[in-house]
Design a protein around this ligand. Structure first.
Ligand code: ADP
Ligand code: MG
Length: 346
């Protein structure tokens, strides 16, 4: 029998294959595979469901990630997908795989982080599963949210000439990861050395303690705005732009000088990783958990002075793929790495 290597398909190729083989038997399954969350009809509203799995050694390294932060972050990554549907998170279930390497106190700390996120985002932990694991700690969380049918935002709703917007700033979580990895290597080489993380606090916290942008979802309701398409930025701006562009059947024009990057992140890059460009970190870094969305010209008027939203480009039916206009005013094609390689961390 023919053997196909997974990296020929890539993560998204593999998901596409599964999606193509899927049959939906129930008319209330309004949206299955292919967005940030599934959408299920629930009478006068809809429920949204998403799930994410984090594996030790792939998604996190307990030698520098405090286990309480890990608990918090594992909830956040799911709430972020609910936010990306323009829905309100309500419940989570938590599955953990453990070995006797972990003490009761370590699991208490993990759940302290989980409960802190539950309190912060007002979600109820309503169940889960506990098993033993031979390959390190496994955490898999499912989140359930709710919205009115007309509030839901899919990846495929962007229209020609819509404005492309992002919340917050990008690339910081990736730079934070580079700092943590470097300090770990230095510590392994010289265990007497204390890691010096204070001066990199901004980027390190972007990596260790991200937030989901529910504040923006609530603002959309207050301002009576409905993004035409939305996705959360978990894999990097390039990959998420590709998802919105492809599913909406449009190209995207982006301006490098509009991509939001934080001063503290730039300072860390300048002093520690001179070879890394901030734009590369924003495009391919990932784990920022900001929202990428598109809005009509009319809705743009309502948020054009918003301090935490950047307007980075526009959707264009005449463009193929993603075109980035650089600071030097050159136009370059952007490829999303996730489409080509089976990235570590899936
Ligand atoms: P996100 O980065 O927003 O979490 P993913 O890229 O993980 O999204 O997933 C994209 C879509 O593919 C989602 O609808 C998700 O539910 C679905 N998906 C991912 N892996 C599988 C799988 N093994 N089986 C079925 N659906 C999957
Ligand atoms: Mg997502």
């Amino acid at each position: 029998m023919k053997r196909t290597e997974l990296n020929e398909l890539g993560e998204f190729g593999l998901i596409k294959e599964i999606q193509n083989k899927t049959t939906l038997y129930h008319p209330d399954s309004l949206k299955g595979i292919g967005d940030d969350a599934a959408v299920i009809d629930a009478g006068d509203k809809v429920k949204v469901v998403t799930t994410d799995m984090l594996l030790e050694g792939v998604h996190f390294d307990l030698s520098y990630v405090p286990i309480k932060h890990l608990g918090y972050k594992s909830v956040i990554v799911n709430i972020s997908d609910i936010a990306a549907m323009n829905a309100i998170p309500k419940q989570i279930t938590v599955n953990i795989g453990l070995s006797n390497r972990f003490s009761k106190e370590a699991i208490d700390a993990l759940y302290e982080g989980i409960f802190t996120a539950c309190e912060q985002y007002k979600v109820d932990l309503v169940g889960g599963d506990t098993t033993s694991s031979r390959s390190g700690l496994v955490i898999s969380i499912t989140a359930i949210g709710e919205a009115k049918t007309e509030e839901i935002t899919y990846r495929n709703g962007a229209q020609d000439k819509d404005i492309v917007c992002v919340t917050g700033d990008l690339g910081g979580a990736y730079v934070g990861l580079q700092i943590l990895e470097r300090e770990k290597q230095e510590y392994l080489a010289n265990p007497k050395m204390q890691p010096k993380l204070d001066q990199y606090e901004y980027v390190v916290m972007r990596q260790l303690k991200p937030e989901a942008r529910m504040d923006i979802v609530h603002e959309f309701r207050d301002l009576n705005i409905r993004p035409t398409a939305m996705i959360d930025i978990s894999d990097g701006l390039a990959s998420e732009l590709m998802h919105i562009g492809r599913s909406s059947g449009l190209g995207v024009a982006i301006f490098e000088d509009k991509i939001p990057v934080e001063k503290a992140m730039l300072e860390t890059l300048t002093s520690e990783f001179e070879q890394l460009s901030p734009t590369t970190c924003a495009l391919n870094g990932g784990e920022d958990y900001e929202l990428l969305f598109t809005i009509s010209q009319q809705d743009f008027e309502k948020i054009k002075t918003h301090k935490d939203i950047s307007f980075i480009g526009y959707m264009d039916k005449k463009i193929e793929g993603i075109k980035l206009q650089t600071r030097a005013e050159q136009v370059v094609d952007i490829q999303a790495q996730g489409w080509v390689h089976f990235k570590e961390g899936l």
